[in-house]
Structures are given as C-alpha cells and as structure tokens.
Design a protein around this ligand. Structure first.
Ligand code: C2E
Ligand code: MG
Ligand code: MG
Ligand code: MG
Length: 282
C-alpha cells in the first residue's frame, strides 16, 4: 500500500507539468477569481427525494452549480475539492447560502409542509468558527416555512472528525437540524463509531444502487446497510436511482427514501416547484 500511495502522490505532483495539470491550475485560479468577483456564475439546483413506499416527496437536496464563461458548467465534483484544497470552501458555502436565501421565498411551505431541505457541507468546515453565523439565517428561514433543515457530510471524512466536530454536530442536532452521512458505504465508519455519531440519516452511495438487481452482491450490501440502520434507528436514503428495477428492488428491501434521475433530475427551483406541487396534490 505504501508503494501505491507513493505512486499516487508522485502522480499528483508531476501532474502540474502536464496538460491536465495546467488545466487544473487554470481552473483553480478561475474558481478563486469567480468566488471573489462573479457571484452571478453560481447558482443552485434542487433534486427531490421521495418516500419510496408512497412515492410522495420527502424533501429536496440543494446542489451548487458553477457556470464559467470559459470553462462552461463545471461539476461540483471538480470544483468543491479545489475550493477545499485552496482554503476557499467557506466562500463557496457563502454563495450557496446566498442563492438559497434568494430562492426560499418561493418555497411553498404552506402547500408542501414538513419537507427536508438538505445542503452539502464539507467535513473540514464543521469546526470553522464562521459556520454557525453563515448557516444560522438559512436554518431560520427553512424553519420559518415549516420545513426541516438538513446537512449532509460525506462519509470519507467522518472518521477524522475531532471531538470539537462532534460537539458542533450535536449542537446542530439540538437546534433541530437533521444530520445525514452522504455517500455511505464508501468510507470506513465502524459500527461502534456510527453509534456515537449525532446523525439521523444514511445516504447509500450511488455505486451500490447501480448494479442493484436480483441476487447481486450489491443488493446484499444494501440489505445489510438497512439492517444496520434499523439497529441504530436511522433513516436510509438511496441515491442515484436511474431505473424501475432499482426502484422496485429498493422497495422490496424496504429502503425508506430515494433520489435519482428516474424520479427527477436536479433543476432550478422555478422549474421544479410546479411539478412537486402537482405530484403532491395527485
Ligand atoms: P452528492 O451530495 O452525493 O450528490 C449527488 C450527486 O449525484 C449530484 O451530483 C447529483 O446531481 C447526482 N445524481 C443524482 N441523481 C443521480 C442519478 O440518478 N444518476 C447519476 N449518475 N447521478 C445522479 P452533483 O450535483 O454533480 O454533485 C456532486 C457532489 O458535489 C455532491 O455529491 C456533493 O458531495 C458535492 N456538492 C454539491 N453541491 C455542494 C455544495 O454546495 N457544497 C459542498 N461542500 N459540496 C457540494
Ligand atoms: Mg449530498
Ligand atoms: Mg451522495
Ligand atoms: Mg456522491
């Protein structure tokens, strides 16, 4: 493993001299410039989440978008790690919150009561002293329309959470914020550790949903995750549901909630709200 890790490091450092490395460098500079001077390049799309048994909408996840004049639409899978690496994740979340607060007046709390509104938070940010002040107004506005604020943190970084992080998560929990573990199954949380975390939701990573079919190894893994969740009294969300077979299998396994292109793709709030209200009133 040491050898492999060494090679991986070598690849990262040497990448700066390659075409791809130079592209990375320019993307990184562009991101930092845009974060400072081009708020209009950032927007938020929302992907609904459904109760699988009833097909009713359970909530929405906010996903950040960055549209750059030269690079076009850059995936958060690419720009979030850059922002983390360059120490600009706080500014990124500032744009997220700004966009959310602009959209929130149009959220129909009265027509669709009690939904969750989830945002993704980088594990590194949890102990940032500025986080509370940044997210406070968002939590407040979400509660004001009668919805529940939720934060998703990817499992990969969970094992590194310090005492201070856990305390912060507990504080969020005490304020009625739901805490979810994102991309569950890709990290290394031990059962003993999971038990001590102040979380209420596990989101099963898309890679386990992809090959979910009859008798597949992945359906046994999903089934095991549901068993763990039941023992720990956690809600489970399957992400990346793309076809009817996957949906049916997840219903069979009694997975609680699901999200994916089969039901809805992420979209700007204006494009999504009408159909959510229609579905709700069906
Ligand atoms: P995630 O939180 O696990 O979000 C799910 C990702 O899967 C989203 O990609 C979503 O568009 C995509 N997806 C949803 N349904 C399907 C499906 O059926 N099939 C396939 N193939 N993909 C599906 P997206 O929007 O590109 O985001 C990627 C990741 O970037 C997110 O993964 C999240 O970890 C991160 N991210 C997004 N927005 C933010 C943000 O505001 N802050 C932070 N820190 N991270 C963010
Ligand atoms: Mg997420
Ligand atoms: Mg995920
Ligand atoms: Mg993911």
């Amino acid at each position: 493993t040491a050898k492999l890790a060494g090679r991986a490091c070598y690849r990262i450092y040497s990448a700066v001299d390659t075409e791809q490395g130079r592209h990375q460098q320019r993307l990184s500079e562009a991101l930092i410039a845009s974060l400072k001077t081009a708020p209009e390049e950032f927007s938020v799309v929302y992907q609904p989440q459904y109760h699988l048994a009833t097909g009713k909408v359970a909530g929405v996840e906010a996903l950040l978008r960055w549209n750059h004049p030269e690079f076009g639409s850059v995936s958060p899978a690419d720009f979030v790690p850059i922002a983390e690496h360059r120490g600009h994740i706080h500014e990124l979340t500032e744009h997220l919150v700004r966009c959310l607060l602009a959209d929130l007046p149009d959220f129909p709390g009265n027509v669709l009561p009690g939904l969750c509104l989830a945002i993704n938070i980088s594990a590194r940010q949890i102990t940032d002293s500025r986080l509370e002040a940044l997210l406070g107004p968002f939590f407040e506005r979400v509660r004001w329309i009668g919805w529940l604020p939720e934060i998703e943190i990817t499992e990969t970084h969970l094992m590194n959470l310090t005492r201070q992080c856990l305390d912060r998560l507990r504080e969020f929990g005490n304020q009625g914020v739901i805490v979810a573990i994102d991309d569950f199954g890709t990290g290394y949380s031990s059962l003993a550790y999971l038990h001590t975390l102040p979380v209420q939701v596990l989101k099963i990573d898309r890679q386990f949903i992809r090959r979910l079919g009859e008798e597949s190894r992945d359906s046994r893994i999903v089934s095991a995750i549901l068993g763990i969740a039941e023992a720990l009294d956690l809600e489970v969300v399957a992400e990346g549901i793309e076809n009817e077979d996957q949906y049916r299998k997840l219903c069979e396994l009694r997975c609680h909630r699901g999200q994916g292109y089969l039901m809805a793709r992420p979209a700007p709030w204006q494009a999504l709200s009408g159909s959510l209200i229609d579905q709700h009133q069906e």
